[in-house]
Design a protein. Sequence first.
Length: 341
Amino acid sequence: MAKIEFEERDLHAQVPDLAAGGAWTRVRLRWRRDPLTGASARILTGVKLQPATRTDLAGLTAKPAFCPFDSEHLETATVPFPAELTAEGRIREGRAVVVPNILAYATHSAVGIYDPGRHFLDLDELTPSLVGDTLTAMVRHARAVRHLDPAAAWSSVNANYLPPSGSSLIHPHVQSTHDACGLTSQRFLVGQGQAWQEENGSYWTALVDQEAGGPRWVGHTGRVAWLTPFAPGGFHEVWAVVTGAADVTDLTEQDTRALGQGLSRVLAAYRDWNLASFNFAVIGGGPRAREHGHQVVLKVISRSNPDPVYRSDATCFERLYAEALIDLSPEEVAAGVRPRF
Ligand SMILES: [Zn+2]
């Protein structure tokens, strides 16, 4: 199996040091390239962007008069799935409920609510069972979709949490995409994995083998490997690789439980770092996932805190150049999360 080459360069930056009367001082600025996608990231020096205190979420997350995901409104504000898709109507697992999405952005899409009984769940309240059960129910929906419409072979399960992440509803939830087109980075990731596979075998197997026990390694839950990416695309980014599952529909109940367990630990670490908002993506490998050596990858990143006038973490570099500027290195993130595993 070929060794993955992690390319890092020092960009030799010098800045005026105001504490030293403006004297030009060399600072560490590392440029890194993701070995699979070629996407580069810059690891800055210092932790200027880390929130020193936690945003008060009380006002933003107070229970409103009406929320469609609250248990007292859920039955009237949401619609069951059609009988041709599932006999379950609304798909339930533990406290989690999965219902049809009313916003069309993929041929098939569901919304999964972790707990209709709680309008808001803080990061440390997203327990392994709430997250695991929600993912279990989302996978059950994904399998029903695939059975009904095999052409909808590009699948993902995703989360926006609080407005800075793009979420329009406060009530914590996840949402899926299933269609014949997939998403830009999803297709690209799988395509690059295919090219790697033809030369060297599965990239994801090699990545886990090579990173295990190293500075970016976090740990295992079940057959899920947790690590931080060498060249992150977002802040505090953590990845989970599900060994042996090529597509969302391949995830077993053990896998969704293991993903829930690990994600819950990562989000608790985010809470300890005064973070409040996040996105995650569970990325399926599309119609030829198995032959391309894809393994289901979960990526989770933190987002800006929902302060009244907050600084977005997506600058021109991230949005227009697809190049992340990161102030806390992947190795530091891994060291912070690892003790929870
Ligand atoms: Zn609610």
